[in-house]
Design a protein around this ligand. Sequence first.
Ligand SMILES: [Zn+2]
Ligand SMILES: [Zn+2]
Length: 343
Amino acid sequence: MRAARLTAVQAPGATPRDVLEVVEVPDLSPGPGEVLLRVGAAGVCATELHFLDGLLPAPRFPVTLGHEVAGTVEAVGDGVARWDVGDRVAVHYLHSCGDCRPCRTGRENTCAAPAGMLGFASDGGFAEQLVVPARSLARVPEGLDLTSAAPVTCSVTTALHAAAVGDVRADQVVVVYGTGGVGLALVQVLRRRGARVLAVARSQARRDAATDLGAEWVVDPADGDVGAQVQELTGGADLVVDLVGTQATADAALAALAPGGALLYVGYSHESVTLSPLQLVVGEHRVLTAVSCTLAELELGLDLVARGEVRVLLDRVAPLEELPDVLAALAAGDVVGRAVVVP
Ligand SMILES: [Zn+2]
Ligand SMILES: [Zn+2]
């Protein structure tokens, strides 16, 4: 089978094409409790860029990235009763164990002993085949195509989890700071909760997309101080979801908060961030974080998209060989919504 392999961290001045190669690798077969998938589509996420730039350490080289996968069951291993050949499924990319304390207490997204982590610790979905634990699958509802289902596994699910962590209520003002695939899903998830949404985006195309998906206000950082713009438009935010994770976004986020408002980290960067305890205490601000999602959130996300309650914006659907070009476009900010590769 063919797989797109990352061979090294991308050196300064290099391009994704310099570190990715599509090669023939041995076919896979499922072990006990596992399922072999024919990958139907794999979403291309900003997280991939962090493996290329070295912020996230690759488990080894070469490695196959790609954690947003939907496909068709091609074979099942011993002891797998729930899935049959031909079933259309999406992968819960953190293969939680179901047995550790986090898993038993509803925090499987922070599983202490995962069986694998697709495209992070184990080989991912930028390949024709994939083997995953049978318990890490969700059924793709009828009528939802695999190209739309794939990015749900990370974009919509991360948004659902973040909104749950933020405990977002109707009429609250929430800032979505960063409008990639997760941000645009988050705009919609927040609207479903009845929140009033302000989206921050540098590109006009992304601001337009955010407006189209339900943002009441959009702010361009180029128009000046983001915190002041948010205060002027909304009177202060109850929650800022930072999908960028830099000192500049932290400063703007804190300046944007209403008294009692919270800063929720979902994104991260190479930067460390300094926060003033004085500023936090005086405003009684909380700092929260949200990572990944639960299997139940994946099932909910697929259902919402299948029913048309949340839209997945597909920027482009490309063959595996074009993955380097897709990653270059993503790095340049030229992708609106999600790009998907079809191996
Ligand atoms: Zn992702
Ligand atoms: Zn666990």
